[in-house]
Ligand binder design. Structure first.
Ligand code: GDP
Ligand code: MG
Length: 786
């Protein structure tokens, strides 16, 4: 618990002190050190400050300050003591237990990973904590903070993987998020991961961390690439100039990570001046004068001093940072700060000819350049054109870019479907055998029917697509990890821009062909809210793998000679409608356009481990979806089709009499103009749970239907459909399936990612309307042609 939560008269032992540098130092100097006991002399509920006794003398702390000290109280210790104890008196045991607990708690270190996108934070996180986070060679892969725990030499380290940011200003949600995390959750040590192959830009963030006066350790990552270029860095000197320990690492394979965490522990336990010193980045005489003036005003508030470094506040105030502005507004002397700031800003403008914000940026870069000039040696005659440049010259070439890109996409989709077919058939066979086995072993009854026709058949019809999903994600991972995915965003940005979208929208849209759910989640990397919303609205038009079996079934039955072409047309229709919708929505959703800022990382050979992990992760998500949504949906649909039970009737008639049949007939009037019969309507309803279910429910309902013109290559279901459904209706059905309501999982994903039910319902209504209109048109056109 925190020291501030102790009541009057209670005793506790200090476990750890957090907070920014100078604040923490002051508390430690006053005797607030791990293992020391404190007693509360007076802590009245509303009284501030609180009076404590420590090391035999009395001190008072503000509530805000006491909240930064973690302690172990008697209550906590009692909860830990075993019931029987040996001879010793209870107080003695209690005292020992408190100290032990405080010692143990003190050995928990919270470490936050901060760095630019794509600098290797997640690789470090995975290597250190043994976790399986997604590593990708393009920016913005980590969108939430992930926590991982591990032990290092008797210390329990909690690592927090934060999203990548280029700076800590208040521009993007990521930046604010990281900043908030640093200021409010006060990590014990900040681990600044720096990409050594891109050091100058990476150090800008480091310079901002220095302002915040937090205990920072730097991991100079991608050290292998720096060495490969033939460059060298004087690490000791760089660490001295920046005032923080610098450890070279290669997070891809774990080199230097052990030493890195040794340094983190040392930084936490005993930050000697040799290891770290508090430096001020000199922003030049004029800016420093302004910073000092504002800093002095902030120092009047003790609470504020506990929470922030006042120098940091002063710099941010000069930059007119919108988030710090809110903090200022809560102060009694807000007016004074603002006047001083405006006067100083005007003065800077007069003297330096630019506003304070850009003057501060310039000064930071000057500091970085100075530090690098002293420490960084470039290789002699380093090649001007790196391998990355040479590859880019080809794959982003004006003429070659699109052919190469389309060829790669074509390759991926053929591989997904042709290679996937073999394991798909095996799984299909296995599921069938398993169903037969269960059917043979169990006595007749509803339980057997539920297991065999409901659960095994339902889940099985979805399980068969697992290989396709794995193959698709295998390729997507290679594209991401190698760095090619970032190029695709670059190539298509101009096209996308015409649609009110961003190059980054493209990646989620491609993923939509696999499954709409992860695709919608992947839109988080798009900064512009407008682009993001439009992208989410378009993804349901990307025909997901779940819809594929229906198309294969119908195209095979109705266009036996041109099945592949029919399939292609269906996919193309989805894409065309997505484009048209984007053109409309672009005028409806209003938002600022953000510039295309996306880094093109150097190409890197993906590690087999990362690809394996990533592919499996997606496979796991798919299986999870199956285990939950689809299992429940299969059971519900089975039950609706099974009851009311009537053994006297043949299967298909019983279906017609069932609740499912009634529901199908209830919606029939709406769908009648499209020519669907009630069984197709029911199929569509089951597709709401998951598109994969349409085929299996059609299979159940058409069972027993005789086809007249039996074709050897057709399955039973295909010939049954052919004999009852006219061609134009089949076309309308395919179009309707392509466009109507995204499945429940997608619906929920839309709600979660946009934060509004209205969006989910809106997209739902929109897709339904489009589906109806285009299915009707499709039928009309077919009737005219025939
Ligand atoms: P994050 O965006 O900061 O989380 O970065 P990631 O951990 O996702 O890594 C980005 C890319 O850099 C991936 O392709 C990694 O395999 C690669 N990478 C990470 N650390 C190193 C390293 O030390 N050396 C090299 N050569 N590549 C690395
Ligand atoms: Mg990451």
């Amino acid at each position: 618990m925190q020291l501030s939560e102790l009541h009057t008269g209670e005793k506790a032992v200090i476990a750890k002190v957090s907070g920014h540098g100078s604040f923490r130092k002051r508390l430690i100097e006053m005797g607030f050190i791990r293992g020391k006991s404190v007693r509360v002399i007076l802590n009245a509920p509303l009284k501030d400050p609180i009076e404590y006794e420590i090391l035999g003398y009395k001190v008072s702390l503000r509530r805000e300050e006491a909240a930064k000290i973690e302690v172990i109280s008697e209550e906590e210790a009692k909860a830990h003591i075993a019931t029987e104890h040996t001879g010793e008196s209870l107080p003695a045991i209690l005292d020992r237990e408190i100290s032990e607990l405080a010692e143990e708690r003190g050995r928990n270190i919270r470490v936050a990973l901060v760095g630019n996108p794509n600098c290797g934070k997640t690789s470090l996180f995975n290597i250190a904590s043994g976790a399986h986070e997604h590593v990708g060679n393009y920016s913005g892969v980590t969108v939430d903070a992930k926590e991982g725990r591990f032990e290092h030499k008797g210390y329990k380290i909690t690592l927090v993987d934060l999203p990548g940011t280029y700076s800590l200003s208040a521009y993007s949600p990521e930046e604010l998020y990281v900043r908030k995390n640093l200021l409010e959750h006060t990590p014990d040590v900040v681990l600044n991961v720096v990409d050594a192959s891109n050091i100058e830009r990476n150090l800008y963030l480091t310079a901002q961390l220095i302002d915040m006066n937090l205990p920072v350790v730097m991991a100079l990552n991608m050290y292998d690439e720096l060495k490969a270029k033939g460059d060298s860095i004087d690490i000791k000197q760089l660490g001295y100039l920046l005032g923080m320990p610098v450890c070279p690492t290669v997070c891809r394979d774990g080199q230097g990570v052990g030493d890195l965490f040794d340094t983190v522990v040392e930084m936490y336990e005993n930050p000697s001046p040799r290891l770290a010193r508090h430096i001020h980045i000199n922003h030049g005489k004029d800016l420093e004068q302004s910073i000092d003036r504002i800093k002095l005003i902030f120092q009047k508030d003790k609470d504020l001093r506990a929470r922030f470094s006042t120098r940091y506040l002063a710099i941010k105030a000069l930059e007119e940072d919108s988030d710090i502005e809110k903090v200022i507004d809560t102060l009694p002397f807000a007016g004074e700060v603002k006047t001083a700031r405006d006067e100083e800003n005007a003065r800077i403008q007069r003297i330096l000819g630019s506003n304070a914000e850009s003057a501060i940026v310039d000064a930071k870069y000057a500091f970085i350049q100075g530090a690098l000039a002293e420490t960084w040696t470039h290789a002699e005659g380093a090649p001007k054109h790196t391998l990355t440049d040479r590859i880019d010259a080809v794959v982003t070439n004006k003429w070659l870019a699109f052919p190469i890109f389309i060829a790669i996409l074509y390759l991926i989709f053929t591989a997904t479907f042709t290679l996937g077919e073999y394991p798909m058939n095996w799984i299909d066979w296995l599921v069938g055998k398993f169903g037969d086995l269960v059917a043979a072993l169990m006595p007749d009854g509803w339980l057997k029917d539920l297991l065999v026709d409901g659960i095994i058949a339902g889940v099985g019809s979805v399980l068969v697509f697992l290989p396709n999903i794995l193959i698709l994600y295998f390729f997507i991972s290679i594209m991401e990890d190698s760095g090619y995915m970032a190029r695709t965003a670059f190539i298509v940005d101009k096209l996308m821009h015409h649609l009110g979208l961003h190059g980054k929208s493209f990646i989620p849209m491609v993923m939509g062909f696999g499954c709409n759910v992860p695709a919608i989640m992947a839109t988080r990397t798009i900064e512009s809210r407008k682009s993001r919303l439009i992208t989410i609205a378009l993804i349901p038009f990307m025909s997901c793998a779940g819809r594929l079996p229906i198309f294969v079934l119908l195209a095979g039955a109705f266009f036996p000679k041109h099945a592949a072409l029919a399939l292609l047309c269906i996919y193309a229709l989805g894409v065309v409608l997505a484009i048209l919708s984007a053109l409309v929505m672009k005028h409806i959703i209003k938002d600022d356009d953000l510039p295309f800022v996306m880094e093109l990382p150097p190409y890197r050979i993906p590690t087999a481990k990362a690809i394996g992990r990533h592919t499996w992760e997606k496979g796991r998500q798919y299986l999870q979806k199956m285990a939950t949504t689809i299992l429940i949906a299969s059971v519900v649909i089975w039950a609706l089709g099974y009851y009311p039970k009537n053994d006297a009737l043949p299967r298909s008639e019983q279906q017609e009499q069932s609740w499912l049949g009634h529901i199908g007939k209830a919606v029939a009037p709406v769908l009648d103009p499209l020519g669907f019969d009630w069984r197709m309507d029911v199929g569509l309803i089951t597709g709401v749970a998951a598109k994969e279910l349409v085929v299996s429910s059609l299979g159940v309902m058409y069972a027993g239907e005789e086809g007249d013109e039996v074709d050897e290559n057709d399955t039973a279901l295909q010939s049954a459909l052919k004999s009852t459904v006219p061609l134009p209706v089949a076309v309308a059905f395919m179009i309707f399936i392509l466009l109507y309501f995204p499945c429940i999982a997608t619906f929920v994903a839309i709600k979660n990612e946009t934060g509004r039910w209205a969006w989910a319902w809106g997209i739902c209504a929109y897709t339904m309307a489009i589906a109806w209109v285009f299915a009707w048109l499709g039928k009309l056109v077919c009737e005219l042609i025939i």
